[in-house]
Design a protein around this ligand. Sequence first.
Ligand SMILES: [Zn+2]
Length: 66
Amino acid sequence: MKMNSETNKGKTCFVYKDIKCREYYGKKNGNVCFGCTVKTSKARIETNDVIVVAEYGDHDHSDTVA
Ligand SMILES: [Zn+2]
């Protein structure tokens, strides 16, 4: 399975621990932040060259069946 895929808007998606995240912020240091695509989820990850360097927030997926 590919780790990265392009959405139809050209945004990069990143799959981490079976959670699909969407690129939403590129930092000046080159790291890229991704947000969980689940609406109720506040979780974010920060990556550097597709390596996850930090995780923030908690996944609230109460509306979904994991
Ligand atoms: Zn989540």
